[in-house]
Design a protein around this ligand. Structure first.
Ligand code: SF4
Length: 279
């Protein structure tokens, strides 16, 4: 990462202040690798962040232009920037699961509906970990957290039959995938495809939180125990999982890249047409 960090990230933000053993850096690194492999420069990318561990650790790390949203609002800001910025500028956001699938979900869904050209990388630590470890929208069933000491009982957005990627697909997203941070180059390749899609792309990456999630759920902060727990629950997108069970189904869920007109392009055409008629 040293070479990439020097090239793309602000020195005062490296090393990150994430807890030792946290998997967030693995996601961050993969995204920077994807940008590098696409031969994008600092001037080509505008980087947005949300709130929580993912937002805090990646906030203002990019040496180029950055912006941050209040909780769940970075998607609305990104849609505005999409209209204001040149079309070839890449808008990339690193956000958490609470930001994307909870508080900001309506904003996210409408960016998918409009097919706004942006790449959202959801760094998922399986709950609200920056606030001490409360359960969230992707916390697997039965898992103990600070707010579910007897185990979670609510349905979640990753369980069979209720996958959040289905909702985003139906809303109109054009690229969707899911991985864990323990996976390698396939995640980088997917991020590259997401960035190249001229439309709404989301890459969902589950990563280990050793401090809060693992401590409550597994009774240990040993990173290896958490890595093993994630690995045991990881399968292919095509595997059948019993109804109600939560598995991390990984792979490219939808690749409809460049098949639907993008929001800002459509808006520009529409505006020109109105101006033409008015002349
Ligand atoms: S609380 Fe968890 S997710 Fe947040 S930085 Fe620490 S290990 Fe990572």
């Amino acid at each position: 990462m040293d070479y990439l960090a020097n090239k793309y990230l602000r020195p005062r933000k490296i090393p990150s202040t994430a807890c030792s053993g946290c998997g967030l850096g693995q996601v961050h690194k993969k995204l920077v690798m994807a940008i590098d492999e696409l031969e994008l420069g600092l001037e080509d990318v505008v980087w947005g962040t949300g709130i929580g561990c993912a937002g805090r650790q990646t906030y203002n790390t990019w040496k180029g232009d950055n912006y941050a949203g209040t909780h769940g609002r970075v998607y609305a800001i990104s849609a505005g920037l999409r209209i204001a910025l040149p079309p070839d500028k890449k808008i990339i956001c690193t956000v958490g699961d609470g930001d994307a699938f909870g508080i900001g979900f309506l904003n996210l869904l409408h960016c998918a509906r409009r097919n706004v050209d942006m790449t959202v990388v959801v760094c998922d630590n399986l709950g609200y970990m920056s606030t001490g470890g409360q359960y969230g929208w992707t916390t697997p069933l039965g898992v103990k957290t600070d707010s579910s000491p007897y185990g979670t009982y609510e349905p979640n957005f990753m369980q069979e039959g209720q996958d959040v990627l289905n909702l985003l697909k139906d809303a109109g997203a054009t690229y969707l995938s899911r991985y864990t941070s323990l996976q390698g180059q396939e995640v980088v390749e997917s991020m590259k495809q997401a960035i190249l899609n001229k439309g709404f792309s989301l890459v969902h990456v589950i990563y280990p939180c050793v401090t809060n999630f693992s401590d409550r759920a597994l009774g240990t902060r040993n990173p290896m125990a958490m890595f093993k727990w994630i690995k045991e629950r990881t399968c292919s997108l095509h595997d059948k999982v019993p109804e109600g069970l939560t598995a991390f189904k990984t792979g490219v869920y939808l690749d409809a890249s460049n098949t639907r007109e993008e929001f800002s392009e459509k808006l520009r055409k529409f505006t020109h047409e109105i101006q033409r008629r008015a002349r």
